[in-house]
Design a protein around this ligand. Structure first.
Ligand SMILES: C[S@@+](CC[C@H](N)C(=O)[O-])C[C@H]1O[C@@H](n2cnc3c(N)ncnc32)[C@H](O)[C@@H]1O
Length: 304
């Protein structure tokens, strides 16, 4: 069914030698094909700290060309102009889709632990227990709940937050972990985020949850402008940054502070945890059910 807000379009795909890209794009423009997108197919490989993404074949690129769907001889014109040199042109008409509507329909409330859940604003009324539910608008920031590291961090936040805790959330994304901790009666939470768009989402999600004492801090977690001591520190950020932060983290901790580390792939986790145990932490919990992702909780001693 056609939806006029989202018109159909025709996509033609050419395989091109990367060295010829500039020439091809220039000739496409001469032929009147202005809407193009160059795709470099990617491959994902294991790196020491996680997944590394690199071009699958740097010599080949795909050029996507978009035209009106009724431009039925577009493929023939492209083939005539470029085909013998640049190979076969594949074309397809992409049907009208209300992508936004489909995307919204595909979302759901996510059960966490102990009756807690999280989900988008339009499903809040369907939460199993509204008092144990947080709203995260899936927008421009990581942390709407789809990723398993977010879910496992939430589970450990539910287990480890104590009323009155001061919370530091490093790499806060959507603010989901800080917002959850506040809902669990933390007294205040500092949500540190490098990305300006995500920083805005933290404040927006905080308002959706009527979070009090949520402080968004725009900046680098490795040199965060915050004042300890904190009782609960949350860092779903990635192995390399976590390893770098291990020595400095001690400056922020209260006695018996708890720390949640995530964004760790299983082949990097032990090494990162070792950096924290060397700094004085000891491991108290570990979640490993999220494919290759590991989430670890540690505790700081009562006193040094
Ligand atoms: C994996 S997401 C985690 C988001 C959220 N805390 C969660 O658990 O779903 C990591 C976030 O950290 C941010 N980030 C990465 N490096 C950072 C740094 N050095 N300082 C502050 N934020 C950082 C990214 O922009 C991203 O929003």
């Amino acid at each position: 069914m056609s939806d006029q807000r989202f018109p159909d379009w025709q996509e033609l795909v050419l395989t091109v030698a990367t060295a010829d890209l500039d020439e091809v794009l220039g000739r496409l423009a001469q032929l009147g094909f202005e809407q193009t997108w160059v795709e470099q197919p990617l491959a994902h490989e294991r790196g020491p700290d996680g997944w590394v993404t690199a071009p699958a074949d740097a010599d080949q690129s795909l050029v996507h060309v978009y035209t009106e769907p009724d431009d039925t001889d577009a493929a023939a014109r492209l083939n005539a102009a470029l085909g013998d040199r640049f190979g076969e042109v594949h074309s397809q008409v992409l049907a009208t889709e209300d992508w936004l509507g489909q995307w919204r329909q595909g979302r759901r409330n996510i059960d966490l632990e102990a009756g807690w859940s999280l989900g988008p604003p339009w499903l809040a009324d369907q939460a199993p227990d509204r008092a144990r539910h947080i709203i995260i608008d899936p927008g421009l920031a990581f942390g709407a709940g789809d990723h398993m590291t977010t879910q496992d961090c939430c589970r450990l936040v539910i287990r480890l937050t104590r009323p009155g805790d001061r919370v530091l959330d490093l790499g806060a994304g959507s603010g989901v972990l800080a917002i959850l901790a506040l809902k669990l009666d933390a007294s205040e939470a500092y949500a540190v985020e490098l990305d300006r768009l995500a920083h805005g989402e933290i404040l927006r999600n905080g308002a959706l949850n009527e979070s009090r004492n949520l402080h968004g801090v725009l900046g680098d977690a490795r040199a965060a402008d915050v004042q300890g001591p904190f009782d609960l520190i949350l860092a779903n950020i990635g192995a390399a940054e976590l390893r770098a932060m291990a020595p400095a983290m001690a400056a922020w901790v209260a006695p018996r502070a708890r720390l949640v580390l995530s964004g760790l792939v299983e082949w990097a986790a032990d090494d990162v945890v070792a950096a924290y145990t060397a700094a004085g932490w000891h491991e108290i919990d570990r979640l490993t059910g999220a494919h290759e992702w590991v989430t670890v909780a540690l505790e700081w001693p009562e006193s040094e």
